[in-house]
Write a protein that binds this ligand. Structure first.
Ligand SMILES: [Ca+2]
Ligand SMILES: [Ca+2]
Length: 300
């Protein structure tokens, strides 16, 4: 349109099969002024001089994305959650028997493929560390009519190591938070929920007792920041979740992270969160999780 007739909005409707890429005013890329950019793209011009508005769209671009998960031995991991994001919405899909999951065809766009890290939702995440492997990003090339199959995004993490944790040592219990919380004699937790026995009893005042029924998910890993002396095992950290009872009433849950920093146990830590069926919660974290008496020990 030619003519100096004052400020105006210039819009295009996005047609089926086309995706919007960029709008230019006088050759400069600008941000659309409207928000419903999946149906139309609008910019404002002042029209006090000759101005040009150009819309760049791609037609019939198809993108197929793949994310894969492997353990540290290179074996594929099935049932692992992979997140595919277009910057606005994230779609989580589980890997298949070959360790991979593929989605598409998708329209052109900017995509990120990453590991899901929601351990409250995916118990399998307890088996692997460290999470947050580097995500992959993919941007559709600037041309129409292409089918794009970017390389699979691979995530490889260490699988939980076999072994167990014990507590107590030469003393009869572990004291945490200056004795407010006591883990009584006989603590033994395996690095696999199916490896037995798993015993944990936690006492706190006045007269409260948590008894572990079973582990739901658990994993044992090396924390590079901890260098125990002597190095008893090829891991120093166990974390997991389990179910049990508070004062004999079932329906309690526990989350824990225990760290063995060698001997004596004064640098060991035991973070706990116990939620009883009546809603009461015991939390031991931060400086309170330092072992005041006793010794956590990793064994393999
Ligand atoms: Ca370590
Ligand atoms: Ca220790």
């Amino acid at each position: 349109m030619k003519g100096y007739f004052g400020p105006a909005s210039v819009c295009e409707d996005v047609l089926p099969g086309w995706t919007f890429e960029q709008v230019y005013v006088d050759g400069d890329g600008v941000t659309p002024v409207n928000t419903d950019t999946d149906v139309r793209i609008c910019v404002n011009v002042d029209n006090l001089k000759d101005q040009s508005v150009k819309f760049l769209n791609f037609k019939d671009v198809k993108v197929t994305l793949t994310g894969c998960k492997y353990d540290d031995a290179g074996n594929p991991v099935a049932g692992y959650p992979i997140d595919f994001s277009d910057g606005t919405t994230t779609r989580t899909e589980l890997t298949g028997a070959n360790g991979c999951v593929t989605i598409g065809p998708l329209p052109s766009g900017d995509y990120t493929i990453s590991e899901n890290t929601d351990r409250s939702k995916y118990l399998i995440l307890y088996d692997f560390r460290p999470l947050h492997d580097t995500p992959c990003t993919f941007h559709t090339p600037a041309e129409s009519g292409g089918d794009y199959y970017p390389d699979a995004c691979n995530f490889t993490n260490t699988r939980s190591r076999p072994g167990r944790f014990t507590g107590g040592g030469s003393t009869s219990s572990l004291d945490l938070d200056n004795g407010r919380v006591r883990v009584t004699q006989g603590m033994e937790l395996h690095c696999s929920a199916s490896a037995l026995p798993n015993n944990l009893e936690v006492n706190w005042g006045p007269g409260n007792r948590f008894h572990l029924g079973a582990l739901t998910a658990v994993g044992c890993f090396d924390d590079p920041a901890i260098i125990p002396t002597p190095p008893d095992a090829n891991f120093d950290t166990i974390d997991g979740i389990g179910v049990g009872s508070c004062n004999g009433v079932n329906g309690a849950t526990i989350e824990f992270t225990l760290k063995d920093a060698g001997e004596p146990g004064t640098n060991d830590t035991a973070s706990l969160k116990i939620t009883c069926a009546d809603g009461s919660v015991l939390t031991v974290s931060g400086t309170g999780s330092k072992v005041n008496k006793g010794n956590l020990q990793a064994h393999y």
